[in-house]
Design a protein around this ligand. Sequence first.
Ligand code: SF4
Ligand code: MG
Length: 298
Amino acid sequence: MAVTNIVQHAPKDYKSNLKPIWCPGCGDFGVLNALYKAMSICNLDPDNTVIVSGIGCSSRLPGFVATYGFHGVHGRVLPVATGIKVARPELNVIAVGGDGDGYSIGGGHLPHAARRNPDITYLVMNNNTYGLTKGQVSPTSMVPLASVQAKLDPKRWKTTPYGMFEEPLNPIAMAIAYDVSFVARGFSYKPNQLTDLLVQAIQHKGFALIDTFSPCPTFNQDQTDDFYKDHTYDVPEDHDPTDRVRAFELALRTDGFPIGVIYKHENKHSMIEEQAALKRRFPQDTPPSLETVFKKYH
Ligand code: SF4
Ligand code: MG
């Protein structure tokens, strides 16, 4: 990551003039504050940082940060972020979005980002529902969300009035299977821990995924902040994240959700480094200017 040594930026320096328009109590506020702090600790230069998002409540985040931003299309945050990193490897690239955006329509991009291992931090705000479109079940929705249980409320879960029968995805186990080179889980109501995880992810050399529980109090009254508090525990101190088998065991535990760094593949090969080596081997003419490219298609 490109770190400036000249000016120390405080967390408030990363705030844009736009005020977040999330609902009161939305977990994304805590995630955003942790991100401001982590960027300050890493002293990221706002002029050399870009935040990329997909579509959803959490994907509004780039507008609230005083860096460059790209609010893309649904599920395409990783291809866009990878493209930016390939074109401008010196930039700090942080990708953000929700569980619907990242694990449903965008889910097919995750294994390929893992294979390419670009130096990108991917922060998923996981509220186990689609918030922006008013509370449909998402790939991480848990039974009894919109479920067959007595609390079925067709007004609340209007797109699945007869229940939700699919098992939720386990994004942590999935990321370990894909060999994402840094896999962690955070919780927006544990801001200091989340800040620390973000710092580690930003400083990690390679593709880092932080799946962060971020409650949606407006549309998910099952996975509330209390639910997450009751069903999460810190990664045990003696856990070795470089042990992939142990990381899988932790990810597959059924007695709750571990919070912390779960898996790390240090020194994993990176496409970006390979690309730099190729450029040295096959030097080419200066690429055409943007204007020249645009004229070609005008
Ligand atoms: Fe947050 Fe849910 Fe409101 Fe969206 S709908 S802003 S996720 S609380
Ligand atoms: Mg969501």
